[in-house]
Design a protein around this ligand. Structure first.
Ligand SMILES: Nc1ncnc2c1ncn2[C@@H]1O[C@H](COP(=O)(O)OP(=O)(O)OP(=O)(O)O)[C@@H](O)[C@H]1O
Length: 226
């Protein structure tokens, strides 16, 4: 498995003020596999997701994608690298800009990378269909849709650049059982089609075991020092 393309957090250390949250943590996600991440509340799971999603620069250690180290100045990661990894978080309300329609929410990352508008429309329609958002729902803003519908838009947005790695941080925790199953099925299909590596965080042990090829325990890897 050593030569399999992978996303790697290598000896990563992150602190907030004087609190060390991750202390030389190493986690590897191979293309095509699903890694479950578990650990008690506050042990740094979401922090690790932000590091792997290239949203938070670690104090020490590094992230690499398929062997390419992310060495960005002030963490302005080049688009070609940044779009290889996407994350889906627990609360779509916190993640979604309330001013945008669901269509624009899904389209935004494409427009940010100057994708021609015709290609943007085509990709948004394809993804909205994939996650089951009707034309009526797509035209609405976040306040006018349910959490499940908004999370499906966030999933479409996460997939818009065809990432090789998808990080799901309690992504189905606040969804009802049928929406949860729908979101999980879309992620699974995407993973199989793309041979994507997936990281799953969940406090639901049954769900974690069902989804994961292997589970990494973060508990105890980071002795919190204050
Ligand atoms: N931006 C921040 N500034 C200061 N402290 C933070 C920040 N983000 C997280 N923390 C702290 O870092 C620790 C780890 O938080 P994190 O959200 O990564 O843990 P977690 O394992 O995902 O928790 P949970 O399972 O409850 O979601 C917590 O003590 C949290 O309060």
């Amino acid at each position: 498995m050593t030569n399999t393309p992978h996303l790697l957090a290598d000896e990563v250390t992150v602190g907030y003020g004087r609190q060390v949250v991750l202390d030389r943590v190493t986690v590897r996600i191979d293309r095509g596999e699903t890694v479950g991440l578990r650990g008690p509340s506050g042990c740094g799971k979401s922090t690790l997701v932000r590091v792997l999603a290239l949203l938070h620069q670690p104090d020490q250690g590094r992230v690499s994608i398929d062997g390419t180290a992310v060495n960005a100045v002030r963490y302005a990661v080049p688009v070609a690298l940044r779009t290889r990894v996407a994350a889906l978080f627990q609360s779509p309300r916190a993640a979604a800009d309330p001013r945008l329609s669901l269509t624009d929410l899904i389209a935004e990352p494409l427009r940010a990378t100057r994708t021609p508008e015709a290609a943007v429309r085509e990709r948004v329609t394809e993804l909205a269909d994939l996650v089951g958002l009707t034309a009526d729902l797509r035209s609405r803003r976040p306040h006018a849709v349910s959490d499940g519908q908004l999370q499906r838009a966030c999933l479409a947005r996460a997939l818009v650049h065809r990432p090789d790695y998808l990080l799901c941080d309690e992504a189905t925790a606040m969804l009802d059982a049928s929406t949860q199953a729908h979101v999980a099925a879309v992620i699974r299909d995407y993973q199989l089609t793309r041979q994507a590596g997936v990281l799953v965080i969940s406090h639901d042990q049954t769900l974690l075991e069902r989804w994961s090829d292997r589970i990494v325990d973060l508990a105890g890897t980071a002795p919190a020092r204050t």
